[in-house]
Write a protein that binds this ligand. Structure first.
Ligand code: ASN
Length: 299
């Protein structure tokens, strides 16, 4: 990538950050500073190596997502967000997917008392706001990248995980995204396909009240989120159902015993968003110092 393209990508990235911040401030959100090291982090459903630092007589996990901190933070203020650096040691085979970095930033947000429909509507407003601001203020950058931005028209259609899997198999992300003309929500993941903290629908055992948003044109997953399990008994049951050791999640269970409020939220990958906006082939192009799984970094 030559300098003109790098400058264009930086310009779009900066615009995304300021557009999202201004939008969320108007919606009443407060911004958290990120947590990098913690006694407990997101287990993640897919296989990633542990990234752990030993210090002061204990283990500190590098943040895979701030999910548990978000759940705790909405006790203090009802709408919070963070530009959260995540380290996920993905297998090197993922270097070429175009969508994976082992260090990336997600815009992670949570809303106390919200249900899935509320955060879906919020996600649609946020995405439209960011796309329109980038279209308005980044014309030369978009032209330098040869990108014509599509116009997004919410509400975006929803398909259930089961429908998507019946049509394309359980690895449907790429094909569903490639065949969609606009963003599409995937809702109602089965319990075994997701992390234990997404809330199981009490009326439909085994089905979660959660969602992903896929970009169109093959750009793949944009965001991921849902309603949360917040009661200690239910969290413990879901941890056990996934074959995880409850002791590893003792800090979360202790918080839930004290009382976590119901909440819903999502995280939207910043590099993936900029990749989509710029029409780039790989998320690594978004970072001046990309961390591509298995690829040596100079700086
Ligand atoms: N940020 C996501 C969420 O809010 C979790 C994740 O990144 N795994 O659900």
């Amino acid at each position: 990538m030559n300098d003109v393209r790098q400058v264009a990508v930086l310009k779009i990235t900066s615009e995304v950050l300021s557009a999202a911040r201004a939008f969320l401030a108007r919606e009443g959100f407060l911004e958290l500073l990120p947590v990098i090291l913690a006694p407990v982090t997101d287990p993640l459903h897919h296989a990633t190596e542990r990234a752990v630092v030993a210090a002061y007589g204990q283990e500190w996990h590098l943040t895979r997502s701030m999910i548990f901190h978000k759940q705790a933070a909405v006790r203090v203020w009802d709408k919070i967000f963070c530009f959260s650096p995540n380290v996920r040691l993905e297998p090197p085979e993922r270097a070429g997917t175009g969508r994976h970095l082992f260090e990336f930033v997600q815009l992670d947000l949570e809303v106390r008392g919200a249900d899935r429909d509320a955060v879906i509507a919020l996600g649609e407003r946020l995405l439209v706001h960011v796309v329109e601001q980038v279209r308005d203020r980044c014309r030369p950058a978009l032209a330098a990248l040869g990108r014509e931005l599509p116009t997004l028209r919410p509400p975006f259609p929803r398909v259930t995980w089961r429908e998507a899997a019946a049509r394309y198999g359980s690895n449907f992300e790429e094909r569903l995204s490639a065949e969609s003309e606009g963003p599409v929500w995937v809702v109602d993941f089965p319990g075994e396909a997701r992390e234990f903290y997404d809330r199981e629908d009490p009326a439909r055992p085994g089905i979660l009240v959660d969602m992903d948003l896929l970009y169109p044109d093959g750009f793949g997953e944009a965001l991921s989120g849902g309603e949360r399990e917040h009661e200690a008994d239910r969290i413990r049951r879901r941890i056990l159902a996934q074959g995880l050791p409850p002791a590893a999640y003792a800090p979360l269970l202790a918080l839930a015993e004290e009382g976590l409020p119901p909440s819903a939220g999502f995280g939207i990958g910043v590099e993936r968003l900029v990749r989509f906006l710029g029409g780039l082939s790989h998320v690594g192009e978004v970072r001046l110092f990309p961390r591509v799984p298995g690829v040596h970094a100079v700086l």
